[in-house]
Write a protein that binds this ligand. Structure first.
Ligand code: ADP
Ligand code: MG
Length: 396
């Protein structure tokens, strides 16, 4: 699993194309609201610069439609500005990816220079993995580094076809990808026992393969979030108006059988009369959600019980909020488990878009062993999948 890293590359005087994941959340006004992913790339970028390289940075941002008037919001200007502040050196941003402006700016790069290309998904060749587009992109630099962990599960041109344009000794992973892979590899292969997994979030369907792959490795699999109600329904309990995936009941039953007593469902629930943050709420104990109510968070007894199991674990892996945490009344369960993880002496790893956001927002990120920058990539790693984007990077 030991891949060639940026340490193995000849960097001095070279132009290095770094595929980064600057797919950051933006405010309505277009400002960068969370720069965690930009900061996470800095060790790689600074290393290359300190070793005499110049940088051609490639990233996507959001899901642009391809219509110029709609795509303005997905330009990388604000990201480049933030990067310039964080690097403390000038950053040039161009308005195309492989066109004449990009070519001229890349050609003009001197050692220590930093160039940010326009959102790579503006070009239709990116999603298609188009070899002509890939060759044009690769033509801007002498070497390739993949430091875009959050995109590693994608087969887009900048992830697979572009590195294939470079000789094997000029392809590498960056420090962020290296760190994320190392942590997940250790977690899946040699976790410090006992390992507890905490799974929540919106849909059980997103997490079935993760649950299947983790089950043999964990002591306990603690369930929270909306997926609780698909499991309860599958067991034949009334779930009121709670969010249930009616077409996933058989799969939920299969997981329940597979897991036996490893899988722990909430023993109480915070229920509300609607999704509204101001709806009437109450706590119900047991496994039955009354008619007219929906479960929006784990209850206090569940949060306390999960907290104890988390504190006593050797390893805790968490994906998926325990409730509709975006609204203040429904976040207590998520806060409680985050707090327990922060207090745990064990190895604590958090991943998933919303889960990482919650941990960050509640101020526990620094107290975790690791908060992954990956959403889909993190989940696919937990499913035990391997990525084409990494197959094209040679082993050391
Ligand atoms: P992640 O991005 O961390 O993998 P998911 O995307 O699976 O997590 O789920 C996050 C979403 O699940 C949050 O937006 C949260 O509001 C929602 N959610 C969690 N529990 C509930 C619930 N009981 N009812 C409705 N929505 C919920
Ligand atoms: Mg999500």
């Amino acid at each position: 699993m030991s891949k060639q890293t940026i340490r193995d590359l000849d960097l001095s005087g070279k132009k290095v194309l770094v595929r980064v994941d600057f797919n950051v959340p933006l405010t309505k006004e277009g400002a960068v609201s969370d720069d965690r992913r930009i900061k996470a790339a800095l060790p790689t970028l600074n290393f290359a610069l300190e070793h005499g390289a110049s940088l051609v940075l490639v990233s996507h941002l959001g899901r642009p439609s391809g219509k110029p008037e709609e795509d303005a919001a997905f330009r990388l200007d604000r990201v480049a500005e933030r990067l310039q502040e964080l690097l403390g050196r000038p950053v040039t941003k161009v308005n195309d990816t492989v066109g004449p402006e990009a070519q001229a700016a890349a050609a003009a790069l001197a050692p220590g220079g930093v160039l940010v290309l326009e959102n790579v998904r503006f070009n239709p060749g990116e999603k298609k993995g188009d070899p002509t587009f890939a060759a044009a992109l690769a033509g801007l630099a002498d070497a390739y580094v993949n430091d875009a962990f959050g995109t590693c599960h994608r087969d887009e041109a900048s992830m697979v076809a572009v590195p294939e344009c470079f000789p094997a000794d000029r392809r590498a992973i960056g420090f962020l990808v290296e760190k994320e892979l190392q942590i997940l590899d250790t977690l899946l292969k040699h976790p410090k026992p006992p390992m507890v997994a905490l799974m929540g979030g919106a849909k059980v369907s997103d997490k079935i393969l993760v649950i299947e792959n983790l089950l043999p490795k964990v002591e306990r699999l603690l369930i929270g979030g909306a997926m609780t109600y698909t499991f309860l329904k599958a067991q034949g309990h009334p779930t009121g108006k709670s969010r249930v995936e009616a077409d996933k009941l058989d799969e939920a039953r299969h997981l329940l059988e597979l897991a036996g007593d490893k899988l722990v469902l909430p023993q109480d629930h915070l229920v509300a009369t609607s999704l509204d943050p101001n709806a009437e709420t109450k706590v119900v104990a047991g496994t039955e959600i009354p008619d007219g109510w929906l479960g929006l968070d784990i209850g206090p007894a569940t949060a306390a019980a999960y907290g104890e199991l988390i504190k006593n674990a050797g390893t805790v892996i968490w994906n998926g909020p325990m409730g509709k945490f975006e609204d203040e009344p429904y976040r207590k369960g998520t806060v409680k488990v985050a707090e327990a993880m922060a207090d745990s002496a064990g190895v604590t790893v958090v991943g998933g878009g919303e889960t990482a956001e919650a941990v960050e927002e509640f101020g526990y990120a620094e107290k975790m062993s690791h908060v992954s920058t990956g959403g889909g990539a993190f989940l696919e790693c937990l499913e035990g999948k391997s990525f084409n984007s990494l197959k094209v990077i040679p082993d050391r």
